[in-house]
Write a protein that binds this ligand. Structure first.
Ligand code: MN
Ligand code: MN
Length: 323
């Protein structure tokens, strides 16, 4: 069960209201790399995890992420407090209130629609979605995804820290950013505590292809590094000359019964294209300036932008000669 502690995990001291900054901070409230996404990601993974160590860690971190959601949401609420009160009590003149709501970004939507409370949206007002959670139920996949998610959250916090000069907000965001570093370390350790964690899953890769680097982009800029060169790699530079890699005919085939074969052949016959005819089309019927060449006639195809504007001018029909 969950209990609620009335004290935050980290103290929130906001110097003054700032609706535009509140709107930007929503990125870490209801955005893809935000705290709700993190909490739901680890909570759902933890519920189905059978390994007792990983289960405990996932539920610990999920619960901490909910506490971070509370911290970032409280910052947003404090930043909107002045405008929220002014809006509810209509204490400013219409013009002043308009200016306060329209402080920038998405802040007017946060104020008008959500009343200044932290909304479950990202900084552009896009509603939070469970599609942000990409768990697959395999710990070697999900821990890698969690490591990537923590690194993204760290970077977004870093960017948010760089756009505010409020020392209290910088301090709290610095704490949240730092906890993502700690979480990444826990997930890294948990991943490498699983023997044979690479490749993911139980089936081994095909040995002919696990060490193969396929150099499909050649010419100027071709580069080598430890990712494609050295003892670990077999390089394939003659890509076209070695297709298909399996030595087959490189075609796609399927086994069909006689009925399916007859149906497929009938459809092929009905939809067959005839390259020997040059049929009239509706494009020729309605062709005007700029239509290009149709049926051997030149309908004023433009070869350059200058020609195109000249054609556009010629086609102007208003008596004044303007649009
Ligand atoms: Mn967090
Ligand atoms: Mn985290």
């Amino acid at each position: 069960m969950f209990m609620h502690n009335k004290r935050l995990q980290y103290t929130v001291r906001v110097a003054e209201p700032n609706p535009a900054l509140a709107s930007l901070l929503l990125e870490q409230f209801g955005g893809p790399d935000g705290e709700l996404a993190a909490a739901m990601r680890y909570f759902t993974q933890g519920l189905s995890e059978d390994d007792p160590g990983r289960k405990d860690m996932l539920l610990d971190i999920a619960t901490e992420e909910l506490s971070h959601l509370e911290v970032i949401g409280s910052i947003v609420a404090m930043l909107n407090k002045g405008v929220k009160g002014a809006q509810a009590e209509a204490s400013m003149s219409e013009a002043e209130l308009f200016m306060a709501l329209n402080a920038g970004g998405d802040s007017h939507t946060q104020s008008l629609l959500y009343g200044g409370g932290p909304a479950l949206t990202n900084s552009s007002g896009v509603p939070w979605t469970a599609a942000y959670i990409d768990s697959r139920g395999d710990p070697t996949c999900d821990l890698r995804s969690n490591i990537a998610a923590e690194s993204r959250a760290k970077i977004v916090y870093e960017r948010l820290i760089n756009i505010t000069d409020d020392p209290g907000i910088k301090d709290a965001l610095g704490f949240l950013m730092t906890r993502e570093i700690a979480h990444q370390k826990s997930f890294e350790k948990a991943l490498y505590s699983i023997a044979d964690n690479f490749p993911p899953g139980k089936l081994p890769g095909l040995s002919a292809y696990t060490d193969l680097y396929v150099n499909t982009s050649q010419g100027d800029g071709d580069a080598t590094g430890p990712w494609n060169d050295g003892d670990q790699w077999d390089r394939l530079d003659d890509v076209a000359g070695n297709l298909p890699l399996d030595g087959g005919d490189g075609q796609a085939t399927v086994g069909l019964d006689e009925d399916d074969k007859a149906t497929a052949a009938a459809m092929l016959t009905r939809l067959k294209s005839d390259p020997t005819i040059d049929p009239p089309t509706g494009a020729a019927l309605g062709a005007g300036p700029g239509a290009g060449r149709l049926d051997g006639l030149d309908y004023g195809g433009a070869g350059s932008m200058d020609e195109a504007s000249a054609l556009a001018d010629r086609s102007t029909t208003s008596p004044e000669g303007g649009f």
